[in-house]
Write a protein that binds this ligand. Sequence first.
Ligand code: C2E
Ligand code: MG
Ligand code: MG
Ligand code: MG
Length: 291
Amino acid sequence: WVKESGRAGFRFHVPRKEVDLLSRMRLDHDMRQALAEGRFRLHYQPQVELGSDRVIGAEALIRWRDPQRGDISPAEFIPLAEESGFVVAIGEWVLREAVGQAAYWLSRGLRMPVAVNVSALQFQQAHFVETVAEVLREAMLPASLLELELTEGVLLGDAEEALKRMRALAGLGVTLSIDDFGTGYSSLGYLKRFPIQRLKIDRSFVQGLPNDASDVGIANAIVQMGRALGLQVIAEGVETEAQRDFLAQAGCHEFQGYLFAKPLRPDEFEQRVRPRRHVVDSPVSGWLGLA
Ligand code: C2E
Ligand code: MG
Ligand code: MG
Ligand code: MG
């Protein structure tokens, strides 16, 4: 049996590249089916303000549970969707879903800004700004409750066009932030020119705090630069108190990470932000306290 299988394995050996291609094609197919069948979900990770301990926002993160494959990480399928272009369809679903969630929360008295990840390809769509405006209008959500997380990749290519688009989005009242800040290739100039309100320090620079000398230098530099430009700075991937304490003394007051909370189902998120002492009160009055 062993011999047979060995032989068969040899006979049907497929070069690694083609195995990758096949599995990528299957993943791409399954991803399209998942969207068509409504199998994507969003989880929401709290963003916390130091001191007050208030939850000041929620980042929407896509989740995909496949009946056969189990949970598939967005770190795996989003890059593939970016290559195939399917990320545009996924991104539009995410936008509608997250805006709908924020509107639902608002209708229940919970005024919670939601942050949505926007891939470069999605941002570059000719109708992106109109789509955002339409989604907000349909859900009747104030634009101030929507934040779009852009990556530095958005600025590659036509920077003038990107600037126009950002101005239009900012004009709607949407908040713009730069995600994974420091990992892309950025010129400091765009931070000044572009209507960005927030920087998200990438988790890779938070990881080594407070001991790794280069992470210390990078984190300090980002916080100082952000503050000098009047931007909010939030640290992502904060897992330990030592990381939080270092960032706080560096001047960063907003945090997102497992130390505070993992990405949560919408119902879990609601429970989390509802002050304990109001649990027996009307939920609406409890939530309004957070607004
Ligand atoms: P991101 O936007 O930088 O999101 C932060 C990632 O860090 C999330 O991974 C989150 O679950 C994870 N994270 C949060 N706190 C911690 C922590 O304390 N420690 C560690 N180790 N990780 C933490 P996730 O959900 O797997 O998403 C990975 C990436 O996939 C995101 O990185 C984003 O680039 C992309 N992504 C997720 N959802 C969407 C989406 O709806 N649209 C687009 N275009 N991209 C998305
Ligand atoms: Mg993000
Ligand atoms: Mg990020
Ligand atoms: Mg990141």
